[in-house]
Design a protein around this ligand. Sequence first.
Ligand code: AMP
Ligand code: MG
Length: 459
Amino acid sequence: MIGFDNSWVRDLPGSFLRLAPDAAPAPVLVAWNDSLAADLGLDPAVKTHAAQWFSGAALPPGAEPIALAYAGHQFGGFSPQLGDGRAHLLGEFRDGQGRRWDIQLKGSGRTPFSRGGDGKAAVGPMLREYLISEAMAAMGIPTTRALAVVATGETIWRDAGPLPGAVLARVAASHIRVGSFQFFAARGETDKLAALLDYTIARHYPHLAPGDGIGLFDAVTRAQARLIAQWMGVGFVHGVMNTDNMALSGETIDYGPCAFMEGYALGTVFSSIDRQGRYAYGNQPLILGWNLARLAECLLPFFDTDEARAVEIANERLGAIAGIYRTEYLAVMAAKLGLAAPDPGLTDVLLALLPGQDWTGFFRALSEERRLPPGFEDWQARWRAQAPNLAAMRPVNPVVIPRNHLVEAALTSASAGDLAPFQTLLAEVQRPFAPAEGREGFALPAPEGFGDYVTFCGT
Ligand code: AMP
Ligand code: MG
């Protein structure tokens, strides 16, 4: 019924373990993404099996569940073996347009990669990934998508106490991470690295010839630079830009302690464990370069057979990343400002004035010719002189993003069994650019007294 075609298990032996997800004792479907299912052309009958198939209670025909091996730098420190510690890739299916998609369960039980973890996930964090990834998709930002969340009927234990367990079924262009390359590179398995390189090229960058490490590196650089520029444009803070959370497809992946910035501040951090601000809002472009440098290290043997020459090529590439990112960022900002061409001077002056202003609200106010806060008069005159296209700004500057206080309230209710606030908020973030009329409460920043927002990992 899903029509699986599992190329990973065929093509990349030695990069995964076969094992079944845990069987959920009492699965109940709590969220189902009808529009994604329709986009992908999934058989409508899949929904009738969703609680079973997307919780581990039963396997859909054709699924070959595996846990993927990968390595990664976590907050700068290298772990040669991370891997799917609470996820099972059921397999891949081809949609009506011939695109190949991974379907992965998250929170589906322990694997040999679990280390100390229980392999499980709670309803709140899985609905959080659902909500935020849907908001990103609706804003046109490349991302994995959530197909379903199934409550398992299990109780899981976290610092906060007992929580209802859940499994998320997500759809991704692939789960190839920088850490997937690091896994083989760290083990010196160059033949497997070559197979992964060719697999990645065939799956994501088929215009490249097999073995073209430089081509792949350049393509991933462009895709990731564009992605991070888009994050910056909407004030998204991923929170854990470890190399295992960076996808070669250029999709946003692994929503954990992520959140959206309200008042503009480069130092914005939400994650409780990011004490140094390594993954702060304003550091994301630097981490882009850092992570790409780790990818380049893995690809050196495919840059040139001469090692010194390979390093030279890598250094050229790494030196160019900041400029490539800057171009993408200025393009994002030009669109936000309704300008026909990027204007670095105008953008930089604005950014110098913006600290403390609600990022999302400011740009939308600009696009609707609403009154700006005091202090922006000179800048605004300079901007107006460029004849900005206001109509073009509105489909770029969201009215509604997942505001932290609303996300928190919706997830708290959902964990207590009331899904109505989650469904309402989901519907609003799925039409981010529609006018605020009739939904003003979803467009406002957190009320005074909500305080600093803190998010948690390992949930
Ligand atoms: P993340 O930061 O969520 O991307 O996860 C980093 C690593 O920790 C991955 O290898 C995950 O599979 C693993 N992990 C996270 N939470 C758990 C858990 N509850 N049980 C087992 N492994 C986990
Ligand atoms: Mg991860």
